[in-house]
Design a protein around this ligand. Structure first.
Ligand code: BG6
Length: 480
């Protein structure tokens, strides 16, 4: 394998899955604090059902507001990075990482989402974290919004269905750029912006039972996020003046099931609707003509003003990034086997590929394929901001012998090396959940991604202690 000397090897986490600190230090309640989980549910309920419903109703919200515990609301607990951050950053340094991707908890900075609610303690916390990272020689990529935002913005405005969210977000992002512009190396306004189509609560904070035409609402809300993203790019150019703004999608790598031309057309459409719709707007600056077909199919009317079009075209991102976990298959016929994938409860399985403990297709070549597509479509640097293996790990003699994770990493790194050789301008890789955290779909601890084990079970029994897995030493050696 060959990688450039300055390749950014890294690890990634998100505030809602990692930080904890619910109800402390002035942090406001946010949308992820309200997602319900019951540790007594069985495997099928957790991993085949709960993992793919990030929908919220008014009743669900009221139930969450009446409960200030953490066991049924795992995102409130995370793995307590707020207490452990020095120790965690020391582990990342010893691992030899060059970059750490993390997110800022919006409600820690602005508890209600309004500018006058500024929480100085929260602002200082991130200065401390960035200082610790710099002193450890790590660059930092910051996601401004990784699925959590102040709940008050849902209660007062209905979340992203309201155009006022553009103003709220841009106030917040401009504040971050001014406050931390010198300390942060790369900015990513929205995690997996395309998740909004499937995960209405995670992506948009929309209450399902208070939304009449969900498709119309979702497309409009995503448009507001595109505008908020573009205005953040504009602010970043004015305030920071570097080419360091990223866009991100959850990459759906899709293959036609056969060479039946109908399957091929289906694959083309699926890939446009899942990936390119979003990146074309953020990286090229306009809605391509094919978007009209998608809107028509979904009975959606989009009336985009000339002013909005101008904002989008003038403020495109510098770097294209994506998460990659699995690939899927497109077919016009019904296929015999259905499986699961990132944010997809049912996708056609690929008979050529094996699956993870959770049914996600393992496909390193798919990473090479999507890297080539991303790069040659936009001709901008690309960055793999998430990739990794969720697995059930077993602690033995103070460690985890996760040869399956080592094999996964090795094969995905080979695919990246091959993509570099294909001419792709791949600049970095941040392995997902580098230190174990609460999984996002199922809300469990026992779906683990890290090279560091964190001693908590699904009810948060445990010491919270960190243990290096075999993969930690492997990744350390590899980076070296
Ligand atoms: C991505 C998200 O979609 O997938 C992460 O950005 C998430 O937040 C990751 O954790 C893996 O999904 P899960 O459901 O296994 O945690």
């Amino acid at each position: 394998m060959k990688f450039p000397k300055d390749f950014l090897w890294g690890g990634a986490t998100s505030a809602c899955q990692f930080e904890g600190g619910f109800g402390k230090n002035g942090r406001g309640i946010n949308t992820q604090d309200c997602r319900y989980f019951d540790p007594s549910w069985d495997y099928d309920t957790i991993y085949n059902h709960n993992a793919y419903v990030s929908d919220m109703t008014r009743d669900g919200l009221n139930k969450a507001l009446a409960d200030d515990g953490v066991v049924n609301y795992p995102m409130r607990h995370g793995v307590d990075f707020v207490t452990h951050y020095k120790e965690d950053i020391a582990l990342l340094k010893e691992l030899g990482l060059k970059i750490y991707r993390m997110s800022i908890c919006w409600s820690r900075i602005f508890p209600t989402g309004e500018m006058d609610s500024l929480n100085q303690e929260g602002v200082d916390f991130y200065h401390d974290v960035f200082r610790e990272l710099k002193n450890s020689g790590l660059k930092v990529m910051v996601t401004m919004c990784h699925y959590d935002f102040p709940l008050a913005l849902v209660q007062n405005y209905g979340g992203w269905k309201n155009r006022i969210m553009i103003e709220k977000f841009v106030n917040y992002s401009t504040f971050l750029l001014k406050e931390y512009g010198e300390e942060v190396d790369y900015w990513l306004p929205f995690n997996e912006i395309n998740a909004a189509r499937f995960s209405h609560w995670d992506g948009l904070g929309i209450l399902l039972d208070e939304t009449e035409n969900i498709d119309q609402t979702v497309f409009e809300a995503v448009h507001y996020q595109f505008i908020a993203n573009a205005l953040t790019v504009k602010a970043a150019k004015e305030i920071v003046g570097k080419n360091n703004i990223c866009a991100m999608v959850a990459a759906f790598t899709i293959y036609p099931a056969t060479c039946n031309p109908d399957d091929v057309m289906q694959y083309l459409e699926d890939e446009r609707n899942a990936n390119w719709y979003y990146l074309d707007v953020m990286a090229r600056g306009y809605y391509p003509a094919y978007c009209r077909q998608l809107w028509e199919k979904c009975h959606v009317t989009m009336d985009i003003s000339e002013e909005d079009k101008k904002i989008l075209s003038k403020n495109t991102v510098d770097i294209v990034t994506f998460s990659y976990y699995a690939s899927q298959v497109a077919s016009v016929d019904e296929l015999p086997e259905v499986t699961t994938g990132n944010m997809s409860g049912s996708v056609y399985a690929n008979p050529y590929l094996h699956k993870s403990d959770f049914g996600w297709t393992l496909d390193p070549m798919g990473l090479r394929v999507i890297l080539n597509k991303m790069y040659y479509r936009y001709l901008k640097p690309v960055f793999v901001t998430e990739n990794g293996l969720g697995a059930f790990d077993t602690m033995e003699d103070g460690t985890v012998h996760d040869d399956y994770r080592i094999d996964y990493l090795q094969r995905h790194f080979e695919a990246m090396s091959a993509a570099l050789n294909d001419g792709v301008d791949l600049i970095g890789y941040t392995m997902w959940g580098i230190i174990d955290l609460v999984s996002c779909g199922p809300l469990t601890m026992d779906k683990r991604y890290g090279v560091v084990y964190v001693d908590y079970d699904n009810s948060f029994n445990g010491s919270g202690k960190r243990y290096k897995k075999d993969s930690y030493y492997w990744y350390q050696q590899f980076i070296k």
